[in-house]
Design a protein around this ligand. Sequence first.
Ligand code: NAP
Length: 235
Amino acid sequence: MTVTVITGANKGLGFETARRLIEQGHTVYVGARDARRGEEAARALGARPLLIDITDDQSVTAAAEAVRAEAGHVDVLINNAGIAGPASPTGELTAADLQQVYDTNVFGAVRTVRAFLPLLEVANSPAIVNVSSGLGSLAINADPAAYTAILPAWAPLLAYNSSKAALNMLTVLYAQKYTQIRLTAVDPGFTATDLNGHQGTQSVEEGAAVITAAATAGPDAPTGTFLGASGPVPW
Ligand code: NAP
């Protein structure tokens, strides 16, 4: 049984990724911070609901314990839950604004990796997929004009972009530390979801493709990579 945990899977890219992985035979835990939304999504998908608020240490620990008790291991952890945060001009954002976004997009991933690590370590060929963004690429942000074809919606969101850059660094350093776990940061591309008020130009089916591919790439795929729909994304 291939056990996959997806945070923030009650809607958007996480929900669509869950749908695809279930199609491929995975047993999916649909992570949601709201019990009712999680149960509704899990019922619609034929998945298992998992209450998890990634900003709350106790919630994350309890979620890992619930999966340990039921399944005993985790093959794939998808750190998908994320928030956009405020879109105010760069100079107006405060440390508190950034802290709020980092609590979900960065510290949330750290909490989740740490809590689920013992369950990943007992799996045969475990994988962690960090749902990042092209907006987290230092290369793209340093030269946005060169990347307009890749990222037509480039926007200088100080909190969001820097949080995804930090998530990319977590991917690299965890890949170096946990060599038995394949780590991938992925850029789903600009996708119409609640995160961006459905401004995205791709469908969730298109956006979830790279997340699903990273989750199912198999043990021979390289670790510590950053992938988008058309291949490697510059760090
Ligand atoms: P979405 O539809 O807004 O979904 C975000 C999910 O994260 C929701 O299930 C949300 O739960 C959950 N979430 C937020 N904070 C949480 C917390 N503290 N604990 C647990 N779950 C939490 O957005 P999406 O576009 O599918 O985003 C999924 C991921 O893709 C994010 O990491 C995002 O940064 C990334 N991404 C999106 C795009 C895009 O264009 N859409 C592009 C690149 C990367 P609630 O329903 O309770 O709010």
